[in-house]
Design a protein around this ligand. Structure first.
Ligand SMILES: [Zn+2]
Length: 309
């Protein structure tokens, strides 16, 4: 029978202590790792198989291994909300709700210009409806302020509402109330914690240069017009990335330590094929470990239909 000495007991305890220590460490490391999907520009519409396409994208999200902890939608959940009748807008939002239902993880929605109901309507009665404008999307999908923030591990995720009315149209703009809130929010978060921002209309992009031409100015509806104001608020904070939609292309630019990532579109070129013949229908998967962020674009294999269905 082996004799157990006091020394053996101490060594055993130390080993146990070490093991316990390690498991706490690995639990911490686990906490510092998470995965999420940024799926933007779904454009639910009655034609071109959009509903089937979105359902296919949802199935692909669910088949990811490891499974994402949550999904961020980047705006333009439906198509043409600004000029739809009430019945048609409700029908599209209804179809979308059904399509998103199988997602068993939290889904955080960001608003896009197409999600705004009836802004282009000249009908006074329609303009007076209680869910006119952003309200319809907000009530059905967000049930909270359209600009807001949440924690993901050590990170703070901030969702912005970048859609503002303009003469007969809309433009990218962060209004004063939201700027004030953003300033307070980053002050509360502090300069150490990593921050990720999600906006539909890009804060910074070079889309115009490669899609239109070198000296073309970026139109007011393609960029947050007061982006410099936003930049000044965020300067000095640990903003790792700004996720953007709207242009449907895949693009990444980095400036002053912040990555400006536009992550394609679920609908590609509005359900007619890859965007500008380059970027297929898809979404982005982000893996976060500590302060590091890696992303990959996942095409879910959609084949555009040759004629409307
Ligand atoms: Zn779009």
């Amino acid at each position: 029978m082996p004799v157990i000495t006091r020394r053996d007991l101490l060594a055993g305890a130390a080993a146990l202590g070490l093991t316990a220590g390690l498991s706490v460490e690995s639990a911490k490391a686990q906490n510092r790792r998470f995965r999420f999907v940024h799926a933007t520009d779904m454009h639910m519409q009655p034609t071109l198989g959009a509903e089937e396409g979105i359902r296919q994208a949802v199935r692909r999200i669910l088949s990811l291994d490891p499974r994402p902890d949550f999904v961020l939608t980047g705006g333009d959940n439906i198509s043409n909300g600004m000029s739809l009748s009430r019945a048609d807008a409700l029908a599209m939002f209804g179809k979308l709700e059904e399509a998103y239902k199988p997602l068993e993880m939290p889904v955080h929605h960001c608003i896009g210009n197409h999600d705004v109901y009836a802004w282009f309507s000249k009908d006074d009665a329609q303009r007076k409806e209680p869910d006119f404008g952003k309200k319809m999307f907000q009530d059905r999908f967000v049930r909270a302020p359209l600009y807001r923030a949440f924690d993901a591990g050590e990170w703070r995720f901030i969702l912005l509402d970048s859609i503002a009315p303009a003469e007969g149209s809309y433009r990218g703009w962060i209004d004063d109330e939201q700027l004030q809130w953003l300033k307070g929010e980053v002050e509360r978060v502090g300069r150490q914690r990593p921050i990720l921002i999600c906006t539909h209309i890009p804060l910074f992009t070079i889309y115009t240069q490669y899609a239109i031409g070198g000296v073309e100015a970026t139109p007011a509806n393609l960029i947050i017009n007061n982006n410099r104001q936003v930049y000044e608020i965020l300067k000095g904070y640990n903003v790792k990335a700004v996720l953007q939609g709207h242009t449907h292309v895949r693009e990444e630019c980095e400036y002053a330590g912040t990555r400006y990532i536009t992550s394609g579109a679920v609908c590609g070129e509005w359900w007619t094929g890859p965007r500008l013949g380059v970027d297929p229908e898809g979404f982005s998967v982000f893996d976060v470990e500590g302060e590091n962020l890696r992303w990959q674009y996942v095409s879910y294999g959609w084949k555009a239909r040759s004629r409307p269905s």
